[in-house]
Structures are given as C-alpha cells and as structure tokens.
Write a protein that binds this ligand. Structure first.
Ligand code: MN
Length: 288
C-alpha cells in the first residue's frame, strides 16, 4: 500500500494511492488523523484498508502533505555512502569510525511538493537525497536479522542542510533543522511492496541537471545495521523516520549552493518522486 496524507476542500485526511487516484480512508474504523498511530495499528487495520475502494479522488486534485506528520523521532545518519564519505573528507570532515547519528527536529518536516526556504541567514543551503525508513513497531534491542520485521515502509527524504550552520554545534542539529528542511514523501510505501530495500536506485536533479545518482547498495552501514545500532540505545516507535544517508554529489563538494527559484527533483525506485522549489524567506513569510 501507498499511504498518504492529503488535503482536499480544506480538510486533511489519510488515504491510499492507487494508480492516479487517492482513496480517502478516513471513514475506515480505527483511522484517525495520526499516521504514526495508523502505522502502529497497521497489523490489524490492514485488511480493512486494503478492502477500501471509495471515496476516490484524482491524485491531481489533492495536495499531498507530509505522509508521517507526527513521528516521535526524525534521525539521520551522516557520511554513510562510500563516495560521499570521501567527498566529505576532502572538505575536511573526518570519516567516522562508527555510525554517526544526529537529529533533524520533527518541526522541519515538510510536504513532498512544498517549498523549501533559503533562509536569509544562510548562504549554504544544500540538498541530500536519502532513503527514509519508517519504523512500524515499538522495539528495542533489535538484531540485524529481525530488523526488516520492524519496518513499516519507505519514503524519500530530502535532508536539506544549511552547511554554514551545520558545524556551529557538534550535533549538527541547527543546520539540519530549519523549518521546511525536511521534505518527505510522496507517500509511505509499505515494506511488502519493495522486493529489496538494499537495491534501490536513487536520483536527484536541480533544475533538471543530475547531481546525485547512486544505489542503496552503496551504503557503508545498511538499514538493518542502522536499526540494530539505534535500538541498542533507544526504543524505536511506530512512525519514527530514519534518514539513512546520502550518496556523493552534494552541492557542498562543488561549493555550489541552492538559491531561490531552484527546483530539486528526487526519485527512488518504487517510491515515486518528490519535488521542492527553493524560496526566499520573504516568499515563505508572504505565504503564511
Ligand atoms: Mn543526510
């Protein structure tokens, strides 16, 4: 299933995408407004969600929202693709000797087609395409072999980064957490629809020019190692989003940064695409 959140006629609902339509699931008993809750309840809700066929709307007639609006955590791993670790090292960032995790604050989550702010206070805003893993079960101490069993599904993440803020604190938190700097989507593709999450091609373009192209096969620590490592430390919850690393080709490696008007297009095999236009602080302010 492809689970989405969408707005139509001023109302935001949970739905499932089937071809070029979206089926509103809000009348299915047990479906509320929280995607994290729905994900946690998916084992018993799934038959009713799969059976729903109406009401259906054309996908083009709705606005897709952040598919998971209320995760408890939005964690991201740095320097987890071999070539990207090399380009980061060339820029003076040492290659970590263990998994390198940081937080993106959940308040930076953004819709799959919504604008991304180039804040007036940053001149080094950058993109990062990543496979997003969404946790499906409350879990702790998950070993590598069990890890796939705690995954609800996948989505595309753009780990937008303000490079000039990223190193102001050793946790990266501020430079990774500007409002709008966490576009995800376009929907949550459930795990059963993906044959092998370790073999997914990914591509990112800016204004149609290819900047990143790789495969999840190039990760240093794959998603199962990541879940095992994180769950050594903390309880993972349904809806938690893990951004699992970006491949080479970030703007920082070329000293080219995003400017208002740029359009980022991100796609991953089997997950669809997301697209975000960069806008200035004053444009964002005018939209509120
Ligand atoms: Mn990243």
């Amino acid at each position: 299933m492809k689970l989405a959140r969408f707005t139509h006629s001023g109302k935001t609902s949970i739905g499932k995408v089937v071809g070029d339509t979206i089926i509103d699931l809000s009348s299915v008993p047990g479906v509320g407004s929280s995607m994290s809750q729905l994900i946690g309840d998916l084992p018993h809700l799934r038959p009713a969600l799969e059976a729903a066929t109406e009401p259906a709307l054309p996908l083009g007639a709705v606005h897709l929202e952040t598919p998971v609006n209320d995760p408890q955590k939005f964690l991201a791993i740095g320097m987890n693709y071999r070539k990207h670790a090399e380009e980061a090292r060339a820029a003076g960032i040492p290659i970590p000797t263990s998994q390198f995790w940081f937080n993106k604050q959940v308040s930076c989550l953004n819709g799959p087609y919504d604008p991304v702010e180039k804040p007036d206070v940053s001149e080094k805003v950058d993109y990062e395409i990543e496979l997003g893993v969404v946790i499906g079960k409350r879990c702790r101490h998950v070993n590598r072999e069990e890890a796939r069993g705690v995954i609800a599904g996948y989505l595309i993440v753009n780990d937008v980064s303000a490079r000039d803020w990223q190193h102001r604190s050793p946790t990266f938190t501020l430079g990774k957490s500007f409002d709008t700097h966490g576009p995800v989507g376009p929907w949550l593709t459930t795990d059963d629809e993906i044959a092998d999450p370790l073999q997914l091609e990914m591509r990112l373009t800016v204004n149609g020019e290819e900047r990143q192209r790789s495969s999840t096969a190039d990760m240093i620590y794959d998603i199962y190692d990541q879940i095992a490592y994180l769950s050594t430390v903390m309880t993972l919850m349904p809806g938690d989003i893990l951004a699992t690393g970006t491949p080479a080709g970030v703007g920082a490696a070329m000293n080219i940064f995003l400017k208002p008007g740029d359009v980022m297009h991100l796609s991953i095999d089997g997950l669809g695409h997301i697209e975000n236009r960069v806008v200035s602080t004053s444009e964002i302010a005018a939209a509120f």
